[in-house]
Design a binder for this molecule. Structure first.
Ligand code: ADP
Ligand code: ADP
Length: 233
Protein backbone atom coordinates (compact mmCIF):
# COMPACT_ATOMS: atom_id res chain seq x y z
CA UNK A 1 0.00 0.00 0.00
CA UNK A 2 1.08 3.57 -0.63
CA UNK A 3 2.28 5.70 2.25
CA UNK A 4 1.57 8.91 0.31
CA UNK A 5 -1.12 9.46 -2.32
CA UNK A 6 -1.21 12.76 -4.19
CA UNK A 7 -4.62 13.07 -5.80
CA UNK A 8 -5.04 15.57 -8.64
CA UNK A 9 -3.37 18.41 -6.78
CA UNK A 10 -3.65 21.90 -8.22
CA UNK A 11 -2.08 25.01 -6.70
CA UNK A 12 -2.86 28.51 -7.89
CA UNK A 13 -1.18 31.46 -6.16
CA UNK A 14 -2.67 34.93 -6.21
CA UNK A 15 0.00 37.54 -6.69
CA UNK A 16 0.22 41.21 -7.61
CA UNK A 17 0.42 40.36 -11.30
CA UNK A 18 -2.56 37.98 -11.16
CA UNK A 19 -2.76 34.21 -10.79
CA UNK A 20 0.16 31.81 -11.04
CA UNK A 21 -0.57 28.12 -11.57
CA UNK A 22 2.29 26.43 -9.68
CA UNK A 23 0.80 22.92 -9.97
CA UNK A 24 -1.58 22.01 -12.74
CA UNK A 25 -3.13 18.76 -11.50
CA UNK A 26 -0.56 16.29 -10.20
CA UNK A 27 -1.19 12.68 -9.16
CA UNK A 28 1.26 10.03 -7.98
CA UNK A 29 1.90 7.61 -5.12
CA UNK A 30 4.89 6.96 -2.91
CA UNK A 31 5.42 3.65 -1.15
CA UNK A 32 6.84 3.30 2.31
CA UNK A 33 10.65 3.07 2.10
CA UNK A 34 10.97 5.01 -1.15
CA UNK A 35 13.74 7.56 -1.73
CA UNK A 36 12.60 10.11 -4.32
CA UNK A 37 14.44 12.98 -5.98
CA UNK A 38 12.21 15.83 -7.16
CA UNK A 39 13.94 17.36 -10.18
CA UNK A 40 13.07 20.10 -12.64
CA UNK A 41 13.91 23.66 -13.62
CA UNK A 42 13.44 26.63 -11.30
CA UNK A 43 9.78 27.61 -11.19
CA UNK A 44 8.51 24.15 -12.19
CA UNK A 45 6.69 23.65 -8.86
CA UNK A 46 9.08 21.53 -6.78
CA UNK A 47 9.02 23.68 -3.61
CA UNK A 48 5.27 24.04 -3.85
CA UNK A 49 4.82 20.28 -4.16
CA UNK A 50 7.19 19.66 -1.24
CA UNK A 51 5.32 22.09 1.02
CA UNK A 52 1.99 20.52 0.03
CA UNK A 53 3.38 17.03 0.79
CA UNK A 54 4.55 18.40 4.14
CA UNK A 55 1.06 19.47 5.25
CA UNK A 56 2.25 23.10 5.16
CA UNK A 57 0.45 24.50 2.13
CA UNK A 58 -3.18 23.68 1.30
CA UNK A 59 -3.73 22.83 -2.37
CA UNK A 60 -6.26 24.85 -4.36
CA UNK A 61 -7.81 21.55 -5.46
CA UNK A 62 -7.08 17.91 -4.77
CA UNK A 63 -5.90 16.05 -1.69
CA UNK A 64 -2.84 14.45 -0.14
CA UNK A 65 -3.50 11.20 1.72
CA UNK A 66 -0.73 10.06 4.06
CA UNK A 67 -1.06 6.73 5.88
CA UNK A 68 -4.77 6.79 5.01
CA UNK A 69 -5.30 10.29 6.43
CA UNK A 70 -6.59 13.03 4.10
CA UNK A 71 -4.23 15.70 5.33
CA UNK A 72 -6.11 18.79 4.16
CA UNK A 73 -9.40 17.63 5.62
CA UNK A 74 -7.79 17.96 9.04
CA UNK A 75 -8.40 21.19 10.90
CA UNK A 76 -5.26 23.38 11.03
CA UNK A 77 -4.47 22.49 14.64
CA UNK A 78 -4.79 18.74 14.07
CA UNK A 79 -2.83 19.13 10.85
CA UNK A 80 0.01 20.67 12.89
CA UNK A 81 -0.02 17.64 15.22
CA UNK A 82 -0.10 15.36 12.20
CA UNK A 83 2.89 17.21 10.74
CA UNK A 84 5.03 16.86 13.84
CA UNK A 85 4.25 13.14 14.10
CA UNK A 86 4.72 12.24 10.42
CA UNK A 87 7.11 14.68 8.78
CA UNK A 88 10.70 15.73 9.40
CA UNK A 89 11.87 18.76 7.40
CA UNK A 90 15.43 19.51 6.32
CA UNK A 91 15.78 22.97 4.81
CA UNK A 92 18.51 24.21 2.51
CA UNK A 93 19.57 26.94 4.92
CA UNK A 94 19.40 24.45 7.85
CA UNK A 95 17.45 26.96 10.00
CA UNK A 96 19.29 26.09 13.18
CA UNK A 97 18.79 28.40 16.17
CA UNK A 98 22.13 30.25 16.34
CA UNK A 99 22.28 30.71 20.12
CA UNK A 100 21.46 27.07 20.91
CA UNK A 101 24.09 24.31 20.86
CA UNK A 102 23.83 21.36 18.47
CA UNK A 103 22.21 19.15 21.10
CA UNK A 104 19.82 21.91 22.21
CA UNK A 105 18.73 22.40 18.58
CA UNK A 106 18.01 18.68 18.32
CA UNK A 107 16.18 18.61 21.67
CA UNK A 108 13.82 21.38 20.56
CA UNK A 109 11.17 19.25 18.78
CA UNK A 110 11.07 16.97 21.82
CA UNK A 111 10.73 19.92 24.20
CA UNK A 112 7.72 21.08 22.19
CA UNK A 113 6.25 17.59 22.56
CA UNK A 114 6.89 17.83 26.33
CA UNK A 115 9.33 14.95 26.66
CA UNK A 116 11.16 15.00 29.99
CA UNK A 117 14.50 16.82 29.97
CA UNK A 118 16.32 13.52 30.49
CA UNK A 119 14.55 11.90 27.51
CA UNK A 120 15.29 14.95 25.35
CA UNK A 121 19.00 14.69 26.21
CA UNK A 122 19.20 10.94 25.64
CA UNK A 123 17.34 10.92 22.33
CA UNK A 124 19.18 13.98 21.00
CA UNK A 125 22.56 12.50 22.00
CA UNK A 126 21.76 9.23 20.30
CA UNK A 127 20.67 10.80 16.97
CA UNK A 128 23.69 13.15 16.98
CA UNK A 129 25.87 10.02 17.38
CA UNK A 130 23.99 8.40 14.51
CA UNK A 131 24.77 11.33 12.17
CA UNK A 132 28.43 11.32 13.25
CA UNK A 133 28.41 14.32 15.58
CA UNK A 134 28.53 12.60 18.97
CA UNK A 135 31.66 14.56 19.88
CA UNK A 136 30.31 17.99 18.88
CA UNK A 137 27.07 18.16 20.84
CA UNK A 138 28.05 21.35 22.68
CA UNK A 139 29.08 23.38 19.65
CA UNK A 140 27.08 26.35 18.49
CA UNK A 141 26.03 26.26 14.81
CA UNK A 142 28.67 28.86 13.85
CA UNK A 143 31.34 26.57 15.34
CA UNK A 144 30.38 23.82 12.89
CA UNK A 145 31.14 23.36 9.18
CA UNK A 146 28.33 23.51 6.61
CA UNK A 147 28.22 19.71 6.39
CA UNK A 148 28.10 19.43 10.18
CA UNK A 149 25.27 21.98 10.40
CA UNK A 150 23.43 19.91 7.82
CA UNK A 151 23.91 16.82 10.01
CA UNK A 152 22.45 18.71 12.99
CA UNK A 153 19.47 19.69 10.83
CA UNK A 154 19.02 16.04 9.81
CA UNK A 155 19.32 14.91 13.45
CA UNK A 156 16.64 17.45 14.41
CA UNK A 157 14.38 16.17 11.61
CA UNK A 158 14.65 12.50 12.68
CA UNK A 159 14.77 12.82 16.48
CA UNK A 160 11.01 12.45 16.81
CA UNK A 161 11.15 9.34 14.54
CA UNK A 162 8.76 10.55 11.82
CA UNK A 163 8.23 8.04 8.96
CA UNK A 164 8.79 10.71 6.28
CA UNK A 165 11.67 13.14 5.65
CA UNK A 166 11.23 16.05 3.24
CA UNK A 167 14.39 17.86 2.19
CA UNK A 168 14.71 21.00 0.06
CA UNK A 169 18.05 21.04 -1.77
CA UNK A 170 19.94 19.60 1.19
CA UNK A 171 23.25 19.54 -0.71
CA UNK A 172 22.71 22.86 -2.50
CA UNK A 173 25.16 24.88 -0.42
CA UNK A 174 27.75 22.12 0.18
CA UNK A 175 30.90 21.26 -1.74
CA UNK A 176 30.61 18.03 -3.74
CA UNK A 177 32.52 15.78 -1.32
CA UNK A 178 30.45 16.97 1.66
CA UNK A 179 27.30 16.65 -0.47
CA UNK A 180 28.17 12.99 -1.18
CA UNK A 181 28.65 12.31 2.53
CA UNK A 182 25.25 13.83 3.25
CA UNK A 183 23.65 11.75 0.48
CA UNK A 184 25.21 8.60 1.98
CA UNK A 185 23.72 9.56 5.35
CA UNK A 186 20.26 9.95 3.76
CA UNK A 187 20.77 6.60 2.01
CA UNK A 188 21.53 4.84 5.28
CA UNK A 189 18.47 6.43 6.93
CA UNK A 190 16.40 5.25 3.95
CA UNK A 191 17.77 1.72 4.37
CA UNK A 192 16.57 1.81 7.97
CA UNK A 193 13.06 2.39 6.62
CA UNK A 194 12.62 6.16 6.38
CA UNK A 195 10.74 7.42 3.33
CA UNK A 196 12.67 10.36 1.87
CA UNK A 197 11.62 12.96 -0.69
CA UNK A 198 14.25 15.48 -1.71
CA UNK A 199 14.23 18.48 -4.03
CA UNK A 200 17.56 18.61 -5.81
CA UNK A 201 19.15 20.21 -8.84
CA UNK A 202 22.21 17.99 -8.61
CA UNK A 203 22.19 15.04 -11.05
CA UNK A 204 25.04 13.47 -9.05
CA UNK A 205 22.50 12.85 -6.29
CA UNK A 206 20.50 10.57 -8.58
CA UNK A 207 22.88 7.69 -7.91
CA UNK A 208 21.64 7.55 -4.30
CA UNK A 209 17.87 7.60 -4.85
CA UNK A 210 15.34 4.93 -5.87
CA UNK A 211 13.19 7.13 -8.11
CA UNK A 212 13.42 10.50 -9.81
CA UNK A 213 10.31 12.55 -10.44
CA UNK A 214 10.84 15.24 -13.07
CA UNK A 215 8.61 18.31 -13.04
CA UNK A 216 7.99 20.81 -15.79
CA UNK A 217 5.56 23.74 -15.81
CA UNK A 218 3.66 22.47 -12.76
CA UNK A 219 3.22 18.94 -14.08
CA UNK A 220 5.06 15.64 -13.76
CA UNK A 221 7.06 15.16 -16.92
CA UNK A 222 8.32 11.64 -16.14
CA UNK A 223 9.18 9.29 -13.30
CA UNK A 224 12.33 7.17 -13.51
CA UNK A 225 13.05 4.12 -11.37
CA UNK A 226 16.68 3.55 -10.37
CA UNK A 227 17.85 6.72 -12.15
CA UNK A 228 21.48 6.24 -11.04
CA UNK A 229 21.75 2.97 -12.97
CA UNK A 230 20.11 4.60 -16.00
CA UNK A 231 22.75 7.32 -15.95
CA UNK A 232 25.65 4.89 -15.56
CA UNK A 233 24.26 2.45 -18.14
P1 ADP B 1 13.57 27.49 -5.48
O1 ADP B 1 13.61 27.92 -6.90
O2 ADP B 1 14.92 27.24 -4.89
O3 ADP B 1 12.59 26.39 -5.22
P2 ADP B 1 12.24 29.97 -5.03
O4 ADP B 1 13.21 31.09 -4.95
O5 ADP B 1 11.50 29.72 -6.30
O6 ADP B 1 13.04 28.68 -4.59
O7 ADP B 1 11.16 30.08 -3.90
C1 ADP B 1 11.48 30.10 -2.55
C2 ADP B 1 10.20 30.36 -1.79
O8 ADP B 1 9.74 31.68 -2.07
C3 ADP B 1 9.08 29.42 -2.27
O9 ADP B 1 8.95 28.33 -1.40
C4 ADP B 1 7.84 30.29 -2.28
O10 ADP B 1 7.05 30.12 -1.12
C5 ADP B 1 8.35 31.70 -2.32
N1 ADP B 1 8.10 32.26 -3.67
C6 ADP B 1 8.59 31.84 -4.85
N2 ADP B 1 8.15 32.58 -5.86
C7 ADP B 1 7.34 33.52 -5.31
C8 ADP B 1 6.58 34.59 -5.83
N3 ADP B 1 6.52 34.85 -7.15
N4 ADP B 1 5.88 35.36 -4.97
C9 ADP B 1 5.91 35.11 -3.68
N5 ADP B 1 6.61 34.11 -3.11
C10 ADP B 1 7.32 33.31 -3.91
P1 ADP C 1 10.47 25.51 -7.91
O1 ADP C 1 10.61 25.03 -6.50
O2 ADP C 1 10.48 24.38 -8.90
O3 ADP C 1 11.43 26.58 -8.25
P2 ADP C 1 8.10 26.86 -6.96
O4 ADP C 1 7.15 25.85 -6.41
O5 ADP C 1 8.93 27.65 -6.02
O6 ADP C 1 9.01 26.13 -8.07
O7 ADP C 1 7.30 27.88 -7.89
C1 ADP C 1 6.39 27.48 -8.89
C2 ADP C 1 5.71 28.73 -9.44
O8 ADP C 1 4.87 29.27 -8.43
C3 ADP C 1 6.69 29.82 -9.81
O9 ADP C 1 6.12 30.50 -10.92
C4 ADP C 1 6.72 30.71 -8.59
O10 ADP C 1 7.06 32.03 -8.91
C5 ADP C 1 5.28 30.60 -8.11
N1 ADP C 1 5.15 30.75 -6.65
C6 ADP C 1 5.71 29.93 -5.72
N2 ADP C 1 5.36 30.33 -4.48
C7 ADP C 1 4.58 31.43 -4.65
C8 ADP C 1 3.89 32.30 -3.75
N3 ADP C 1 3.96 32.12 -2.43
N4 ADP C 1 3.17 33.32 -4.29
C9 ADP C 1 3.09 33.50 -5.62
N5 ADP C 1 3.71 32.71 -6.51
C10 ADP C 1 4.44 31.69 -6.04
Amino acid sequence: VSLIKVENVTKVYESGEGQVTALGGVSFEIEEGDFVALMGPSGSGKSTLLSILGALNPPTKGEVVIDGIPVYQLKPERRADFRSAYIGFVFQQFQLIPYLTAIENVMLPLAILRYSHQEQLEKAKSVLEKVGLGNKCSRLPNQLSGGEQERVAIARAIVNEPPIILADEPTGSLDSKTGEEIMRLFQSLNREGLTIIMVTHNVENLSYVKRALYMRDGLIDKIETNPGALREG
